[in-house]
Structure formats: C-alpha cells, structure tokens
Write a protein that binds this ligand. Sequence first.
Ligand code: SAM
Length: 208
Amino acid sequence: MDFESERTQMVRDLRRMGIKDERVLAAMAKVPRERFVRDEDVDVAYGDHALGIPEGQTISQPYVVARMTELLQVEPAHHVLEVGTGSGYQAAVLAELAHDVVTVERHVPLADRASALLAELGYENVKVIAGDASIGYPPDAPYDRILVTAASPGIAPELVRQCAPDGRIVAPVGDQEMQHLVVRYPDGRESRHGAVKFVPLRGRAGFL
Ligand code: SAM
C-alpha cells in the first residue's frame, strides 16, 4: 500500500473536518500510523475510526487525535504528559510538536510495545512508563501540557497540581458511555468541546 498517499489524504480530510492548526496537521502527515495498528488492520489504518489494539484497548480515530492535540496547543519547548499510551501513536504526534513527552500506560505489554516501536522510529524525546497515571506521574512534574486519552470521571486534583501554572489539561470527561473533550485552563476555567467515546481510565482516580 502507498501509505504516504493515505497519510496525505487523511490530512486533507482532517482539514475538511475543521482541523486548522498547521503544526498539528504537519505532525500527523509525518507519523506512520500504519506502524501503530495491528498487522491485520494495516490496510484500514488511515480510515477515520478507532481500531482495536491488544489488551482490549483502542487507538483513537485520527480526527479525535487531531482535535485533542489542537486543543492542547503544544509548543516546541513544552514538556508533556500523556495518560494512556495505548499504541503510542498519540505520543508520537505529541513528540513531533513538543520538547519531550512522558507517556504512561497501565498495561505493561502495551507500554513495552509502544516503547520499542517509538525507539525504532527514532522518537528519542518520548519516555514510556508502565503504571497508573490516573493521578499523573509526579517524578517528572511539572508539565506544560497534560493530555488524558482515556474516559475520565473528572480532572483529578493531582493532575492539576502537576500542571505548570500557565499549563493546560485536555481530557475526555464524562461517564463510561459518553464524554466531552474538556480543556482546563490555568485560571481554573474549563471549556467543553465535542462528544467522544473513549475506553475507561482505570486506577485510583479512574472508574472502578
Ligand atoms: N493514546 C493512545 C494511542 O495513541 O493509541 C490511545 C489510548 S486508549 C484510548 C486508552 C489507554 O489508556 C489504554 O491503553 C488504557 O490501558 C490506558 N489507561 C487506562 N487507565 C490508565 C491509567 N490509570 N494509567 C495509565 N494508562 C491507563
């Protein structure tokens, strides 16, 4: 398959769907999404849908990755935390935009696979940690940006404490059936964006 053409078409579609941030579009034009999906899904890697990955988890659809990344407003000097590594795809997109990314995954096999793949693809500015990050990852705090990529009952106070004073947090907040993308700004305000459906955040500040 001609993955480069598929990627170009995906970016064209994202633009048509309203993604405006050229840096986000350029990042998604670079990351080889086909490497992050299961072998049997390689031919549908660039369709605008979530796909299953091992451990019953998912890689999010391109539009949701693009929209969350756009809402996060990552700058080149930023130190970023991602909660929920999954396949590692979103971490790679963030790594194209940020100074460095710490990404945490509770399923050890997923963390191991993402870590090996990101290293193989040359993403030296991503650190993958295995563990529960529902309450963040204090050792590397504070973060300029925090992105949660699993359905969350709320934005945990621990995450707020680990975010830099001028930082922002983006998370899908709601119940296990449906969530809205929420942006938490430095002044404590929150804005709500489109409806999404993510697999649940587990752990101390997640769903049981
Ligand atoms: N960002 C991922 C990607 O690009 O493939 C997709 C993330 S998937 C929708 C959600 C991930 O969050 C799952 O892999 C799940 O195991 C992980 N997760 C759920 N609760 C977690 C927790 N408390 N700490 C770390 N990871 C968690």
